[in-house]
Design a protein around this ligand. Structure first.
Ligand code: MTE
Ligand code: MO
Length: 390
């Protein structure tokens, strides 16, 4: 029996004849004509996306970065916080903020994307946080390389995984849990990407919603690996089977499949929305003539090497100009493309390719959890009839 089942079993027996499955339903797919429910709306309002016009910034300004929190944002004052580094180590550590800050710090610019980004575009739609494409942001994270702390603690031979526990607690599909994720020891100790135990975002303390006071940052990996409100790092000699590892965040066709773990970010390019929007439909409106299309592209698998744009509903693709070099390997790169808009409706598309040849599909990469849907972005645009008309 796996650890998460034991945890679930304990919680089920704890009440006075009431069970967590009264409030916590299994995962499901939306019916063919089923719209977004109030439950999905409640999640979408808590877990906001990055307004796509914020793709203009190299580093996403505070408050515009997307947020995803499974349970509640825990209240963790700095003075009450301690980080335990334990399990299979020779010298367990207990660190307060001052002790953590005493280690040499590094700063890395990292693009973070939720694995569920693109989920609400899938058919059928997995019922969960209904992201379109806006679950992304880029920040400068400052902290201590995880490797430094693990080396100081002295990892015992036979270690397999390193398990990270957040201070938040909840129930998901009937399983009561602390938010926990693990990395294999070689990833945790790795130099590329270098995993950080971070206590600053964009030069200031972490905001509450982004993990105050300390979180994990795993450059190149989807968001679920970046454990917020980090309170324990535990080295284990067996592989971790917690809910967020063994049940959630796996690519499966059917509920019974073992599936593949969700790991690194697949390539994606997004456009800065051109022109101006209609309030309700969000359709973009431009005037005829020269329109510079700009956007960002990223991949957690290998550096982005190209972006292609289509302005004719994907009948043809042209290379965009890609800026930004190797300085910020784990952050998005800006791109631009000159378009001459002609009156009428258009569909603009963009797709990225990385150094390993991974690119974006034209058909939806469907899986039950709605993870890693990096389908090309399609942006409907209406070009007005003449320059002066409004
Ligand atoms: N402790 C904890 N860490 C967490 C989560 C959580 O719910 N609890 N959500 C994860 C997920 S799914 C994502 S996408 C990222 C989002 O990070 P952000 O809110 O700083 O953008 O945090 C990850 N870390
Ligand atoms: Mo996520």
């Amino acid at each position: 029996m796996t650890a998460w089942r034991r945890l679930g079993g304990k919680a089920d027996n704890a009440g006075m004849g009431h069970r967590l499955d009264e409030v916590s339903a299994p995962a499901r797919l939306a019916e063919p004509e089923e719209g977004i429910s109030q439950e999905e709306l409640a999640l979408a309002a808590r877990n906001h996306g990055m307004p796509l016009e914020a793709l203009r910034y190299d580093v996403t300004p505070p408050g515009l970065h997307y947020v995803l929190t499974h349970y509640d944002i825990p209240y963790v004052p700095e003075g009450a916080w301690e980080l335990v580094v334990g399990g299979g180590v020779r010298r367990p550590l207990v660190l307060g903020m001052d002790e953590l800050r005493a280690y040499p710090a590094v700063t890395r610019r990292v693009t973070l994307e939720c694995a569920g980004n693109g989920r609400a575009l899938l058919t059928p739609r997995p019922v969960s946080q209904p992201w379109l494409v806006e679950a992304v942001g880029t920040a400068e994270w400052t902290g201590v390389p995880l490797r430094v702390l693990l080396t100081e603690a002295g990892v015992e031979p036979g270690a397999v995984d390193v398990v990270f526990t957040g201070a938040d607690h909840g129930v998901e599909r009937g399983v009561e849990q602390d938010y926990q994720r693990a990395l294999a020891l070689d990833v945790a100790m790795g130099g590329e990407p270098e995993v950080l135990v971070a206590y600053e975002m964009n030069g200031g303390p972490l905001p509450p919603q982004h993990g105050h006071p300390v979180r994990l940052v795993v450059p190149g990996w989807y968001g679920m690996a970046h454990v917020k409100w980090l309170r324990e790092i535990r080295v284990t000699d067996t592989s971790f089977t917690g809910f967020q590892q063994a049940v959630a965040y796996r690519l499966r066709r059917d509920a019974g499949d073992e599936g593949e773990p969700v790991t690194r970010i697949a390539p994606r390019a997004l456009l800065i929305p051109p022109g101006f929007p209609d309030f309700m439909s969000r359709t973009r409106v431009v005037r005829p003539g020269a329109v510079t299309l700009e956007g960002r592209a990223w991949s957690g698998r290998a550096p982005v090497t190209g972006v292609e744009v289509s302005t004719d509903a994907e009948r043809s693709w042209c290379a965009a100009d890609l800026d930004g070099g190797d300085e910020h390997r784990w952050a998005w790169r800006p791109w631009r493309f000159a378009w001459t808009a002609t009156p009428g409706p258009h569909v603009l598309s963009a797709r990225a390719v990385d150094a390993e040849g991974h690119t974006q599909p034209l058909d939806q990469p469907w899986n039950r959890g709605g993870f890693a849907n990096n389908l090309v972005q399609r942006v409907p645009v209406l070009c007005l009839d003449s320059e002066g008309a409004g």
